[in-house]
Design a protein. Structure first.
Length: 715
């Protein structure tokens, strides 16, 4: 079964001369190929995995004329074929695909066996021992590479025959080994659950290649899981069953009545958990249901088993003021007493309202009471900032809970069978907590332990499902300390005042006065882009000392002033217009959790060394080495989305908020962006876009029953 793009395409055979460009994630490449029936090489471009130099390939595609690069062969699929000419075989063997074979060794092997070389490698590998430099150990490495290469090529060919990019083959082979092809043939939807980066669409295309029935129960189940996962990306914990049926039918482009009948049977079997509330049935992914129902249970457990409150004696009160080097306002002292007298407490407030002072005061009192306290935050940057402000060691929640991975699934070693030893757990930037992470944290806390959550509820909600901090506050089931009085009088105080204005729906009256803490530039599109570049040059953003003190923020990836183009332009400032890919000196971000390397989604570092096969990144707390196949985990970070900046603070922030960002112009997004700045904020926008952002308030629209469950269990 061919993909629609392959219908009517021509087949071209040739040998790969050289790779011109290859995307880091293997999603696109440009290469030169010598066609069998042409004397000159042609340029091939397309969304296919890059082949190896010297490989004979079969390209499915057609001719097109690129406005800049001229005639090209646009590939929609690429099939690899073993080379037959001796020179091509030498290039193929020395391409790096075969462990133990370099260019010189490849030449000696081909000299010995000629055009019969590849057959010898596959069928009579023992004959390689007759080649100078090959012993038993080298032979074993070559045999292993040959076996893996043959399996990988077979898998790649299969995927592309099914109309799926062959670039997924390495990930499938890594996870399933020699069973990869069997998995694709017998249960293709399994890969959408277990392989990171492969979703329902790819799995369904493979299933359709096998002729899976449009209304097969397995297909309906996989589509429902896909819809639920998609809704989670929008922050939803659950979906009303009627909406789920409609969305599944839309995804499958099939009859909604039949989908409803089959999905109803699946729900009766308990494939997906459900909850009925006010005549509406809500459907959950199993792990999200476990998290949402588990949070109230564990909170009740902590509250029930907690011992006597921590007393704030006059002596401690007197010494605390000296330790903190500040005279506490009565409201701050009352807040500390509230936090100490409850098993679970939320402290929420904006910038400049004294959250750090309050946190340090609580820490001092808890330590005086002899309680073991640990500090944590959802991200590495937030944890580093927490450690600096609290003057104590702090870690990420993933590190605290000893997170690891099995396939695409995150697992935590710390849980109810191996709880944390801490008497008190303090979590900063708690607005970033989704229901999954909150559940795993609570599950890992021992009976009687205390929980203190510190965060700004007016910031953007978490990227994952739910809105834990807001639901805890709105449920009125735990102690809440609200900080509203501004204490910050030093540099950056205008930022705090502006944040309060935005929170109350008031448009700040900023100007382009460079002496202010907040500077507003009225410009859009190309002019806005040039303003960003000019500011970055002025601030010497490319210098190693400045890269972590300055950050450019934009609401979205696309567009002239989107993150993607901003990164391209800002990289060109420091690396030159011809820069391709990531290189030495670039500011980069980790794109996903990597537990083996100890780096997590959103961590930012600087490239300090780079070769064709290795990129080395300094994350300030550790250096990490990325092999060639791992570099897709990195992206440029001169600019990042506001969502990615949560949990971080910078001396200077440059915020690009354009009319073209219309759908993202929201109050909590602007508030979050502005409060990333400690000393200076540049706002590059228009009065109309700014006014829309301040006046557009979208909160509490996430489908979740957590607040209701909290009231049912804790009230």
């Amino acid at each position: 079964m061919m993909d629609e793009k392959q219908q009517g395409a021509e087949r071209f055979r040739g040998t790969v001369d050289r790779i011109v460009f290859a995307a880091q994630d293997g999603s696109f490449c440009v290469f030169k190929m010598a066609l069998s029936d042409r004397l000159q090489s042609v340029t091939v471009a397309g969304q296919v995995a890059p082949p190896l130099v010297g490989e004979e390939v079969e390209v499915l595609g057609g001719w097109m004329r690129h406005p800049r690069f001229g005639e090209q062969l646009r590939a929609v699929a690429l099939h690899r074929r073993p080379p037959t000419e001796t020179a091509a075989i030498v290039r193929y063997l020395s391409s790096g695909l075969f462990s133990g074979i370099g260019k010189a060794m490849a030449g000696r092997i081909v000299a010995a066996f000629g055009s019969d070389t590849l057959r010898v490698l596959e069928e009579e590998p023992q004959r390689l021992l007759t080649v100078s430099g090959i012993g038993e150990k080298t032979l074993a490495r070559i045999r292993e590479s040959v076996t893996a290469s043959a399996a990988l090529q077979k898998l790649t060919w299969y995927l592309e025959e099914a109309g799926v990019a062959g670039r997924y083959a390495p990930a499938l082979q890594k996870l399933y080994g020699e069973d990869a092809l069997t998995v694709l043939q017998e249960d293709p939807y399994r890969i959408s659950r277990e392989v990171d980066g492969i979703g329902f669409t790819v799995a369904d295309r493979i299933a359709q290649f096998h002729g899976t029935d449009a209304l097969a129960e397995g297909r309906i189940e996989a589509a429902a899981a896909y819809v639920l996962a998609t809704c989670e990306q929008d922050g939803e914990c659950c979906v009303p069953s009627t909406r789920l049926v409609q969305q599944v039918a839309a995804v499958l482009q099939t009859d909604s009545e039949e989908v409803g009948r089959i999905l109803g049977e699946l729900l009766e079997y308990g494939v997906f958990p459900t909850e009925a509330q006010a005549e509406t049935v809500y459907v959950y992914a199993p792990d999200v249901y476990e998290a949402e129902t588990g949070i109230p249970y564990h909170l009740e457990r902590l509250i029930r088993t907690c011992k006597e409150p921590v007393a704030l004696s006059d002596l401690v009160r007197e010494h605390m003021a000296a330790i903190l080097e500040v005279t506490l306002a009565p409201a701050q002292t009352d807040a500390i007493e509230t936090a100490l007298s409850h098993p679970v407490t939320v402290i929420t407030g904006g910038p400049g309202t004294g959250k750090t002072t309050l946190l340090r005061g609580c820490l001092y009192c808890l330590e005086q009471a002899g309680l073991k306290t640990v500090l944590a935050a959802p991200t590495g940057r937030a944890a580093k900032r927490l450690a600096e402000s609290a003057r104590r060691e702090a870690s990420t929640l993933h590190k605290l809970l000893e997170a690891g991975a099995i396939g695409a699934e995150t697992v935590f070693q710390r849980n109810y069978t191996k709880p944390l030893g801490a008497d008190v757990v303090i979590v900063d930037e708690a607005s970033m907590l989704d229901v999954r992470l909150m559940y795993h944290l609570l599950e890992a806390m021992k009976d009687g332990a205390r929980l203190l959550l510190v965060g700004d509820v007016h910031q953007l909600p978490p990227v994952g499902p739910g809105n834990v901090l807001r639901d805890l506050i709105s449920s009125e089931t735990v102690a809440v300390v609200r900080l509203t009085e501004l204490f910050r009088q030093a540099e950056g105080s205008e930022i705090a005042r502006s944040a309060q204005q935005i929170h109350h729906g008031i448009v700040p009256q900023w100007t382009d006065d460079e002496h202010g803490d907040v500077v507003f530039y009225d410009c859009r599109d190309e002019e806005a882009l040039q303003r960003v570049c000019a500011l970055c040059r002025l601030l010497d953003y490319g210098h190693v000392e400045q890269q972590f003190q300055v950050q450019v923020l934009s609401p979205m990836h696309k567009g002239v002033c989107g993150v993607t183009n901003l990164n391209r332009e800002l990289q060109a400032l420091w690396q030159g217009e011809g820069a391709r890919g990531i290189t030495v000196g670039d500011k980069v971000m980790q794109r996903r959790n990597n537990y083996e390397k100890g780096v997590y989604n959103g961590d930012v570092g600087r490239v300090y060394a780079c070769t064709d096969n290795v990129i080395r990144v300094d994350y300030q707390v550790r250096n990490v080495v990325y092999e060639a196949e791992e570099t897709e985990e990195l992206q440029l970070a001169y600019a990042m989305t506001v969502h990615k900046s949560q949990g971080s603070e910078y001396d200077t922030v440059i915020i690009v908020l354009q009319p073209s960002h219309y759908v993202m112009l929201q109050r909590n997004l602007l508030y979050t962006a502005l409060t990333r700045a400690k000393k200076k904020a540049y706002i590059i926008s228009t009065p109309e876009a700014l006014a829309r952002a301040v006046r557009t308030q979208r909160v509490n629209r996430r489908c979740s029953l957590l607040a209701t469950r909290l009231r049912e269990v804790l009230s």
